[in-house]
Design a binder for this molecule. Structure first.
Ligand SMILES: [Zn+2]
Length: 85
């Protein structure tokens, strides 16, 4: 978990998070991974989902409790946006 948070912070600092849609109950982000691959992270009515293999695999075992590095990267981005308000 801690390592994924650090990896997510790195992606965020590199500016790899792109916001596609930002509404109250629906948000969509594109996150570029460390090998330049693209992942889509979305939030629909407070349920966060990433389409990477890491997330798909783990969330099956612990539904709703797993955060991959792309989700972390998005959270850092959102926190920054809130600070700017
Ligand atoms: Zn992911």
């Amino acid at each position: 978990m801690a390592n994924r948070m650090k990896e997510g912070l790195k992606l965020y600092k590199k500016g790899n998070v792109e916001i596609e849609l930002f509404d109250d109950d629906l948000m969509i982000f594109n996150v570029k991974g460390s090998r330049k691959e693209n992942y889509q992270v979305s939030m629909n009515e407070n349920v966060w989902i990433c389409d990477c293999d890491d997330y798909q695999y783990r969330s099956e075992r612990e539904p709703g409790s797993f955060l991959c590095k792309h989700l972390w990267a998005v959270f850092f981005e959102v926190m920054e946006m809130k600070n700017e308000d």
